[in-house]
Write a protein that binds this ligand. Structure first.
Ligand code: 4AD
Ligand code: MG
Length: 477
């Protein structure tokens, strides 16, 4: 049995004078005497002090940056500043540390791009261990929020035969041999001979199945991986990402917006209340990074300050039509500084979203009632017959974190929309039956989990908040 105490526990409740054993990795080794040991249990290291009388020179020689050590010793009040307690080592065993001279990660500033290529090691750095502890915290808070509020966690399928968003950017799932696939008479691939006897894909969203759940259990949510084969090489897109999708019966677009606002504020508050060490570290990291940047490139607020700001202020709510008017009357538009012209009927571009959030309102903005032609078939038609009850929650730096809507519960309107958009009714017969048999007004949304974690950690690129990112041209690890 390996009996050890975790560093976070030692630091939270230090028992001075006690003999303890800790295990962890060397985050720093100063003056051949002081080791900063971290075992992943928290942000803070335990200072280990070498007692030369007890530790042999041979062992000392083998202690390198990122050696893995087992240390036994006495916990004492620290003589130095910077920590309250330290461990006077009387026995050190090197558990692992071969070839550390070749260790690619060095105790100095390294680029995020480089570290991404070392995804098997980057988690050992302060930055990434903080990010992934917070990622865990947000996931936990999501389940806690919904459980405490009477929602049921519904597992929706990852392999699907329907294209929920009509985006057509899906990964095919097939066991056919691409070089020798069976063909139909007209020369197309015969998916009836495929594993599921029909074309199937990795899901882009669990929403349509979540609607089934909402119309039975009242309030449900999904939280699982989703896949999009769009060729977007941006700092906000992944090909595989996690989405959280609550779906609520007897809820309209306004209730949907209330839920979205309350939910994301709760998630941020949870991290502020429980992971302040990590947030402070990440906050300082950004300040450090921005030190040498020109003022206009720096963030207007520190990370923690901004998180508090989002939690303490109501989000701005405007319609899409208002948004277009604001953008057309804005200085950047009049001075020709937008790359894309804000035009009624076209999607808001990232530059437009950023203007609304960062310049105009200086807080999260919920835009609703989008033109029907740029939105999915299932969104509820408004009385103007031009817009649908859709809403997007826009955040500073990252833009859209949430997309949602009230769903079309009226059979005739829904089938009418599907016909206009060439969506065959046979494919979604079960979705239509939800309207036929005891349908109810209902609404929901999807939160991009990584975008939320990106916002809370302040990381510049979404690839740095998921352990093993999948993006176009990249599926290592
Ligand atoms: O706006 P989207 O496409 O909405 C849906 O899929 C709806 N079915 C959700 C619902 O109503 N239940 O996606 C939802 C969110 C976006 O707001 C964004 O935060 C995130 O998912 N997202 C991505 N995150 C990372 N990488 C991508 N490629 C993403 N695409 C969307
Ligand atoms: Mg969207």
């Amino acid at each position: 049995m390996m009996s050890r105490i975790e560093v976070a526990k030692v630091l939270a409740d230090p028992k001075i004078g006690e003999k303890i054993t800790v295990m962890g990795w060397v985050r720093a080794f100063r003056a051949n005497r002081f080791i900063a040991l971290n075992d992943g249990s928290g942000m803070n290291n335990l200072q280990v002090v070498i007692d030369y009388e007890n530790i042999e020179a041979e062992v000392l020689e083998n202690i390198k940056y990122h050696s893995c050590l087992k240390v036994t010793g006495e916990l004492v009040e620290s003589q130095g500043s910077g920590q309250a307690v330290e461990l006077i080592a009387d026995d050190i065993e090197v558990l692992g540390g071969n070839n550390l001279d070749e260790y690619p990660i060095q105790p100095k500033k390294m680029s995020m791009e480089f570290l991404r290529e070392k995804a098997h090691l980057r988690m050992r750095t302060n930055t990434f261990s903080a990010v992934f502890r917070i990622r865990h915290a947000v996931a936990f808070a999501i389940h806690k929020y919904f459980n405490d509020n009477g929602y049921y966690y519904l597992h929706t399928p990852i392999i699907t035969g329907s294209d929920a968003e009509g985006a057509g950017e899906m990964f095919r799932v097939s066991t056919l041999d691409p070089a020798d696939a069976p063909k139909t008479e007209d020369g197309k691939v015969d998916y009836e001979k495929d594993f599921f006897e029909k074309p199937t894909n990795l899901t882009v969203s669990g929403q349509l199945q979540a609607e089934i759940g909402a119309l039975a259990l009242g309030k449900v949510y999904t939280f699982g991986p989703t896949f999009r084969a769009e060729n977007s090489n941006t700092s906000r897109h992944l090909s595989e990402f996690w989405m959280v999708e609550p779906e609520v019966a007897f809820c309209d677009i306004h209730g949907d917006m209330d839920l979205a606002e309350d939910f994301v504020q709760y998630l941020i508050r949870y991290v502020i209340d429980n992971y302040m060490d990590e947030l402070e570290f990440l906050d300082n990291r950004i300040k450090e990074e921005e030190k040498n940047m020109p003022k206009e490139k720096r963030r207007p607020m520190g990370l923690i300050e901004m998180l508090r700001f989002v939690v303490d202020n109501e989000f701005e709510r405007i319609t899409y039509t208002d948004a277009i008017n604001i953008l057309r009357n804005s200085k950047p538009f009049k001075k020709g500084r937008f790359e894309f012209e804000p035009t009624w009927g076209a999607d808001l571009q990232a530059e437009h979203e950023r203007f609304l959030v960062e310049k105009k309102f200086k807080k999260p903005v919920i835009v609703r009632d989008y033109p029907k032609d740029i939105k999915a078939f299932y969104m509820r038609m408004n009385d103007d017959d031009k817009t649908v009850a859709a809403m997007d929650v826009l955040f500073p730096y990252i833009g859209e974190v949430i997309g949602g809507s009230q769903r079309e519960e009226r059979m005739d309107k829904l089938t009418g929309r599907m016909a206009q958009m060439n969506i065959p009714e046979e494919e979604l017969w079960w979705y239509l039956e939800l309207r036929k048999y005891g349908g109810a007004p209902h609404a929901g949304f999807g939160l991009g989990f990584e975008r939320m974690v990106q916002f809370i950690t302040g990381m510049g690129n979404i690839r740095d908040v998921i352990p093993f990112p999948r993006t176009p041209g990249s599926a290592e690890f």
